[in-house]
Design a protein around this ligand. Structure first.
Ligand code: ZN
Ligand code: ZN
Length: 144
């Protein structure tokens, strides 16, 4: 399968399309994703935001520090997150993609927060914290 890649929420009010291949596919074990998704582990498919288009008016945002998560305002499905430290990147919930089986994760992030009963016996690289280096955001914003 090649681009475009499409996806959307449970009820169909939010739809999106990416015109290029993803640059990043990973699991995230962090507690923040766990709260946001309700699931013991999340998985994300990262695209360049400039190569993604949304349709529909139901998308809602929840901003928490540098991270803004989006979800469907009608059915509540989590859709994506953006991080202002990672300009022009958007990370979609893998489960929001129409063809989720196409997007095989290549590593695990934030395994320090992985739930002790969750066992995923693959040989993928495991990062204790983030798998995507952020520039030093605090120093950049003069808030250290
Ligand atoms: Zn919806
Ligand atoms: Zn996370």
């Amino acid at each position: 399968m090649t681009a475009p890649h499409t996806g959307g929420c449970r009820c169909g009010a939010v739809r999106f399309e990416a015109s290029a291949e993803p640059h990043h596919i990973s699991y995230c074990h962090c507690g923040d994703c766990r709260r946001a998704s309700g699931a013991p582990v999340s998985a994300f498919v990262g695209f360049m935001a400039s190569q993604v288009a949304f349709t529909g008016k139901a998308l809602k945002m929840y901003e928490n520090g540098p991270v803004t998560r989006s979800f469907c305002g009608i059915c509540g499905s989590p859709i994506a997150y953006v991080d202002e430290r990672l300009e022009n990147h958007i990370y979609f919930m893998l489960g929001a993609m129409d063809m989720p089986a196409y997007f095989r994760p290549t590593h695990h992030a934030h395994v320090r927060e992985q739930l002790p009963f969750l066992h995923m016996p693959d040989d993928l690289p495991r990062h204790l914290k983030t798998s995507v280096p952020r520039p030093d955001w605090q120093r950049q914003n003069g808030t250290q």
